[in-house]
Design a protein around this ligand. Sequence first.
Ligand code: GTP
Ligand code: MG
Length: 201
Amino acid sequence: MVSVGSADRYLPDTVQQAVKILVVGAFGVGKTTLVGSVSEIEPLRTEEVMTEASVGVDDAAGLDTKRTTTVAMDFGRITLNSRLVLYLFGAPGQRRFWELWDGLAEGALGVLVIVDTRRLEDSFDVLEQLELRGLPFAVAVNQFPDSEEYTAEELRGALDLLPRTPVVMCDARERGPSVDALISLVEYVSSDDAVRVKESA
Ligand SMILES: Nc1nc2c(ncn2[C@@H]2O[C@H](COP(=O)(O)OP(=O)(O)OP(=O)(O)O)[C@@H](O)[C@H]2O)c(=O)[nH]1
Ligand SMILES: [Mg+2]
């Protein structure tokens, strides 16, 4: 998490636009980690310790250090440049939380979808839900140490993405690449391509 002084809690006077971004992805892909890495304010988290009840429901394979899961949402803020601030809303990706998305997605400019290539199939449902809702999105690939390396084009094929959908490699624990993923999303949704996606949905 970025350490913040009290001065950073307040938005600069130069900010002209505040936009809402949704961060989604399957269980344990790194949503809470990414929001925490980029947020300039202490992120709001709703973590609960995972219990026996999640065994066989949420697949934590490859997530040895994971002890908690998000039960409602993550929230963070990042000032991308002197004029633009993003409010990040992280939403759990499991099917049982999909109803939450409708409220959280209201008024959102776009969605950053985080995927873990070790469990790519877990992301199919999430992408399908976004397409159904007509939400413009970019894909951030969270690289874990034992992730195989794929090219963006290979992943685009495997995830059946449109040629114009951004696919960005990142490490959710690192601020720089996580911010770059958000910038790709904002650039994409600000372009005509994304508008077309929205209109055709
Ligand atoms: N090695 C590595 N570990 C990561 C990375 N990102 C997250 N983790 C770890 O992976 C686990 C999952 O991260 P979370 O941020 O909790 O994932 P999440 O998507 O918010 O999970 P849910 O809210 O439960 O769906 C945590 O134990 C993190 O410490 C990464 O880029 N590399
Ligand atoms: Mg989480």
